[in-house]
Write a protein that binds this ligand. Structure first.
Ligand SMILES: *Cc1c(COP(=O)(O)O)cnc(C)c1O
Length: 365
């Protein structure tokens, strides 16, 4: 990869890095999109030109993520956070229960919203352990009467990630995949619904992807405000009102980029390689650095770690910033350091960070 312009080593947790090639293409097309004499942002969302962009993005996502026919793909707004609300609003009735698997701050927020509509119950929680790990499948207690089970596939703040998912039989499984969607292959048919804010792995903020099985959607409450009904967006191909057109265009371009990289197998291997550079430095540092997550639960997307000495940690973050590494401060609720190595973060950036960490240890031990 050639960096013709100054590009930061961007480890931001979200919004986060986008592929340089995508940004350059968007730049080239910005003032005259496909001979229309206007940018994508200036097109009518009812125009054939935009509809093609919209439908191509849906088709690309279906193909790349191998989404079966009996699932709808929606582009919504309000972020993953509005899904925390829409899910119970549509699928949980007063007096009914839903099982939530608590693996971090985002899971907690989802749980909190469900209380407005019904009774969320904890199927498992690793809070006592400061969310260092994903619960063992055998320790998950799903309420047999639950309307659905909710989990967070990758815990952006704590740096843990599910390696295998529970199977929930007839009870719909719903996953917040905001921070690891499209980072690897997933068996979509194991889930009744998958949702993700775009700004980590899929594109800029503003679009929220919802992938939902038709039989779940059929059970949705229709006695709620129009914009908050999944049915409204299904019926209108996510064009009920003005969608975030530029975001959808960018999402489509990111998906094209993933295709050009060789698809999810290549992306997955690359993500493993990228994370390994950094985890290897942590593991070989004799305790100079230590990870937050237990080894079996480590995320390939968000690498959370500490420098054992607190003063040195401050120095590490300051010098890393100086050296051009952006976004390495841990989330304010956890502290420490976090490197987010989403799909668009190049191998070179992870390698450079690993080298920097080794050098910093040598200089400060
Ligand atoms: C970032 C994030 C969210 C919040 O997404 P918004 O689009 O900002 O609402 C929710 N869940 C997870 C796992 C996240 O990483």
């Amino acid at each position: 990869m050639t960096f013709t312009t100054k590009r930061a080593f961007n480890f931001n947790a979200g919004p986060s890095a986008l592929p340089l090639e995508v940004l350059q293409k968007a730049q080239a097309e910005l003032v005259d999109f496909q001979g229309t004499g206007m940018s994508v942002m200036e097109l009518s969302h009812r125009s054939a030109t935009f509809e093609a962009v919209h439908n191509e993005a849906i088709a690309r996502l279906r193909k790349l993520f191998e989404i079966p026919e009996n699932y709808e793909v929606l582009f919504l707004q309000g972020g993953a956070s509005l899904q925390f609300t829409m899910i119970p609003m549509n699928f949980l009735q007063e007096g009914k229960k839903a099982s939530y698997i608590q693996t971090g701050a985002w899971s907690e927020k989802a749980f909190k919203e469900a209380k407005f509509f019904g009774t969320p119950v904890e199927a498992a929680s690793t809070k006592e352990n400061n969310y260092k790990n994903i619960p063992a499948i055998e320790n998950i207690n799903i309420d047999p009467e639950a309307a659905y089970v909710h989990l967070t596939s990758n815990n952006t703040i704590f740096g843990t990630q599910w390696k295998t998912f529970p199977t929930t039989g007839d009870i719909p499984l719903i996953a917040d995949m905001s921070s690891d969607i499209l980072s690897k292959k997933v068996d979509v048919s194991n889930f009744s619904m998958i949702y993700a804010g775009a700004q980590k792995n899929l594109g800029p903020s503003g679009v929220t992807v919802v992938i939902a099985r038709k039989d779940l959607l059929e059970k949705a409450n229709t006695n709620i405000p129009t914009m908050l009904q999944y049915a409204t967006h299904v019926k209108n191909n996510s064009l009920y009102n003005t969608p975030p057109t530029f975001g959808i265009y960018m999402l489509g371009e990111v998906l094209k980029w993933v295709e050009e990289q060789g698809g999810l197998d290549v992306i997955e291997k690359r993500n493993e390689e990228k994370a390994a550079y950094i985890y290897d430095v942590i593991d070989n540092s004799n305790g100079f650095y230590y990870g937050h997550a237990t080894e079996d639960s480590r995320s390939l997307m968000n690498i959370t770690f500490r420098v054992a000495d607190e003063e040195l940690e401050k120095k590490f973050l300051a010098e890393a910033k100086e050296a051009g590494f952006v976004g390495l401060n841990g989330h304010r609720s956890v502290g420490g350091c976090r490197a987010s190595a989403y799909n668009s973060v190049p191998v070179e950036a992870c390698k450079a960070l690993a080298d920097f960490m080794v050098k910093f240890q040598q200089d400060n031990q």
